[in-house]
Write a protein of this length. Structure first.
Length: 266
């Protein structure tokens, strides 16, 4: 299957010539969960135990990614599904789908951000490429714009790409937000947790400075308040969430749980 799949894609889609890279979807590390009964993985022996099935699947997926790298040496390759160390050497990164990704460790913001900011950049092939995909969840108390801001500002703590849509059932939205037009410029510092001024990835009030502005993220379950440099930052003037993006200068800022904000210098 590994050879057939790669040969088919390379031949029919000209992956080596017409594309910058490929995204391998559904890179799941535990196929045993898809069956209520044990799986017969070789069609010869009796059904194997889940741990054996998962182990052999993970090893085979690592082989597949190695073969893909050999056949597509110059292409960018990313996966979703899992941050398994065994898979990281031959790929450039991953997409964190439904951020904070429910199936990443314990499903918390911290679990996804540890991988995004600290762990995977040390394991992946350069150039490293990461995508934070947040979705609108009508069951959350946070409103539409707040959910988007939380995902976007979390992404801006690192150097990844961001998307916001309706989730796995509909990744086709082309929603555009005021924040996308803000010209922050290049980052001038790494992200820092202002709660104790540490880079340890844990819940708190996070901040990252850019040439033309500042990004703040409250990943905790409590409202956070911060004093900013007087006369330096303001909310940009937006047309969507005008309560937040109101153009006003800011010195003391209160940020709700699971929220973020983009400020500009003036």
């Amino acid at each position: 299957w590994q050879k057939l799949n790669l040969d088919y894609l390379i031949k029919n889609y000209s992956l080596q010539k017409n594309w910058d890279g490929v995204f391998w979807d559904l890179a799941d590390s535990e196929p045993s969960r898809y069956s209520s009964r044990q799986i017969n993985i070789d069609n010869v022996n009796l059904c194997q135990k889940d741990l054996l099935v998962n182990d052999k699947w993970q090893t085979a997926m690592a082989d597949f990614l190695q073969q893909a790298r050999q056949k597509l040496p110059g292409q960018t390759m990313i996966i979703n599904g899992n941050s398994l160390t065994l898979w990281q050497t031959n790929i450039n990164g991953r997409m964190f789908e439904h951020f904070p990704t429910p199936w990443e460790a314990d499903g918390t913001w911290t679990a996804s951000m540890k991988q995004y900011l600290n762990i995977l950049p040390k394991e992946n092939k350069q150039p490293a490429v990461y995508v934070i995909n947040a979705r609108y969840d009508k069951n959350l108390p946070d409103d539409y714009y707040q959910q988007m801001r939380f995902g976007l500002t979390s992404t801006l703590l690192g150097d990844g790409y961001f998307s916001f849509d309706n989730g796995a059932s509909s990744h086709s939205e082309l929603w555009w937000f005021d924040e996308y037009d803000v010209k922050l410029g290049k980052p001038v510092a790494k992200a820092v947790n202002t709660t104790g001024l540490t880079m340890l990835v844990q819940p708190g009030l996070w901040m990252r400075e850019f040439e033309n502005g500042l990004v703040l993220v409250n990943s905790s379950d409590k409202k956070q308040i911060i004093k900013l440099t007087a006369g330096k930052y303001q909310h940009f003037q937006g047309t969507q969430d005008s309560v937040v993006n109101n153009g006003q200068t800011v010195e003391w800022l209160g940020l709700a749980p699971r929220d973020g904000v983009v400020l500009i210098k003036y």
